[in-house]
Design a protein around this ligand. Structure first.
Ligand code: BEZ
Length: 252
């Protein structure tokens, strides 16, 4: 994954990530008692929602810091450290669920991740997930790219945001039948007057680290924020231009 988490700040300021995930949970169509893997469970909020629906749950995440929070909050749920592109389960599960994780995995590692999910599922098991979709945060990345360029630095988006067609094809190649796919805008309010700055500093550490020194890094950030303000600051509120890709596929 392309990030070092500040798990406590993430949970405090970006808890909306899990709240929006409740809609994704409702795509699961399985009786109580079914087994569900929450892949990239983070601090476990949605793993717990799944458990409250009567599923037998397990959470896997790459970040030990996030897992410590998860284990403290929900001591009865089994949480394991693992890499989404290289994991196995002792027993296959009925459902693999994931929210807001797969865009952190490079395009070239996606087939490895889908192979692991395929082996983790029973035949006819459900794979239900949401991730950043095609052109996610287009205005944010566009403004940063312009300002980086003006300062003489390259700007590389550190995420994978596929279209429906592209991801459906990867799923089919990995042995899944796509049953549902929806790509949609979800304008997302950010917290506080510095909401956009906080968001960029939380999620775009890798591109920002190209700029070697302050005060230039701060200057670039401020200029990019001013460029996006006319489109993304409304009624004294920052709104991030999220696009979601939500899918359900069956393991053949
Ligand atoms: C997303 O959930 O789409 C996302 C979150 C943080 C950074 C980039 C994308």
């Amino acid at each position: 994954m392309n990030i070092q988490w500040d798990a406590e700040k993430y949970t405090a300021d970006f808890g909306f990530v899990a709240q929006y995930g409740n809609d994704v949970v409702s795509l699961i169509d399985a009786p109580a008692g079914s087994s569900v893997l929450d892949l990239g469970c983070g601090s476990g909020a949605l793993t717990n929602t799944l458990r409250e629906k009567g599923y037998w749950v397990i959470g896997i995440d790459g970040s030990q810091e996030q897992l410590n929070i998860a284990q403290q909050s929900y001591p009865d749920i089994p949480f394991l450290q693992g890499d989404a592109t290289d994991f196995t389960l002792p027993e296959p599960v009925d459902v693999v669920f994931s929210n807001a994780v797969f865009h952190w995995i490079d395009r070239k590692r996606q087939p490895d991740m889908l192979r692991c999910v395929h082996s983790a599922l029973q035949k006819n098991g459900q794979f239900v997930f949401e991730m950043g979709g095609y052109q996610n945060n287009r205005i944010i990345h566009g403004a940063l790219a312009d300002i980086f360029q003006a300062h003489g630095y390259p700007y590389q988006i550190p995420f994978y945001f596929p279209s429906i067609g592209e991801y459906a094809s990867l799923l089919e190649q990995a042995g899944f039948l796509v049953q549902y796919a929806h790509l949609f805008d979800r304008p997302t309010p950010l917290k506080g007057e510095d909401g956009m700055k906080d968001w960029i500093q939380m999620f775009l550490k890798t591109p920002l680290s190209i700029v070697p020194m302050e005060p230039e890094r701060e200057e670039i950030l401020d200029q990019a924020i001013e460029q996006m303000r006319p489109e993304l600051y409304q009624d004294e509120q920052w709104i991030a231009d999220y696009v979601r890709l939500r899918m359900k596929a069956i393991r053949l």
